[in-house]
Design a protein around this ligand. Structure first.
Ligand code: NAD
Length: 252
């Protein structure tokens, strides 16, 4: 391979947060491969390569990761970002809706984590970031989403513990609310309400996808060399505030 750039794979990298992560990693000097079921935003953009990948297909994931290593020599960074959600009350949720979300958000992360991790262990180094969510603590109307995002945190800490001594670091980023696909679906479905959300975010604004990408960039950098198994919240303070307003502003 003549290209000397480090190789980064971003699942779900064709749109939204994944796209922004890809752009950031390109700026950081990586050769970026967006692995996605759709080509999406990567069409016509030569700075990010695209590989068709359905993260739910265990055997196919393994084949695609083998092909990437054959073609590009190695995988230095893997961002497990592909994610979906379904909006339904717990009692009305169908098995199909539950299964579909679990397949992408949990089994998908396992599939790519294992396939990418095996190559990184063989190389003796690698950096992985899994994308969780503040919804991991519970989110009414989004049972499979919240459950899988919590499971991703457990998988992250476990992988971090297993692979820490073998040169592979695994961490997670849990974004707050970002104006991209998953968030827009929630607004459209009526499960998420923008005014309620903004009133409960101490920063009083949504995150920009680039702010999530900046945290990912840090976690895969040498600056995070002693971080492993951690979940970094990028949420404008959402997780540390119960949303009870001050009775009066402190005097300055
Ligand atoms: P998005 O819908 O804009 O993008 C998701 C991408 O994943 C799409 O390109 C889609 O084609 C791809 N994808 C879906 N199923 C796939 C599969 N089986 N295999 C491969 N790719 C697949 O979503 P987003 O809002 O950018 O969310 C990205 C990640 O960030 C998700 O994991 C989501 O749960 C998480 N997240 C989003 C928010 C938010 O507010 N938007 C907040 C917290 C966490």
């Amino acid at each position: 391979m003549s290209d000397s750039r480090r190789v980064a794979v971003v699942t779900g990298g064709a749109a939204g947060i994944g796209w922004s992560i890809g752009q950031r990693l390109v700026a950081d000097g990586y050769l970026v491969i967006a692995a996605d079921v759709v080509a999406g935003l990567t069409e016509g953009d030569s700075s990010i390569l695209w590989r068709e990948l359905d993260v739910t297909d265990h055997a196919h994931v393994s084949t695609v990761f083998d092909e990437i290593v054959t073609e590009f020599g190695r995988i230095d960074v893997l961002i497990n970002n592909a994610g979906i959600q379904r909006h339904r009350s717990l009692e009305e949720l169908t098995w199909s809706e539950w299964e579909t979300v679990v397949n992408v958000n949990l089994h998908g992360v396992f599939n790519t984590l294992q396939a990418g991790g095996r190559h990184m262990l063989a190389q003796g180094e690698g950096r992985i970031v899994n994308i969780s969510s503040v919804a991991a603590r519970g989110s009414a109307g989004r049972a499979p989403y919240a459950t899988t995002k919590a499971a991703v945190i457990g998988l992250t800490s476990t992988a971090g513990a297993e692979w820490a001594s073998r040169g592979v670091r695994v961490n997670a980023v849990a974004p707050g609310y970002v104006d991209t696909g998953v968030f827009r679906e929630g607004i459209a479905a009526g499960t998420l309400n923008i005014d309620t959300i903004l009133s409960r975010i101490p920063a009083k604004r949504l995150a920009d996808a680039s702010e999530v990408a900046a945290a990912v960039s840090f976690l895969v950098s040498d600056g995070a060399s002693y971080m492993n198994g951690q979940t970094l919240y990028v949420d404008g303070g959402f997780m540390v505030d119960y949303g009870i307003p001050l009775a009066k502003k402190p005097s300055s």
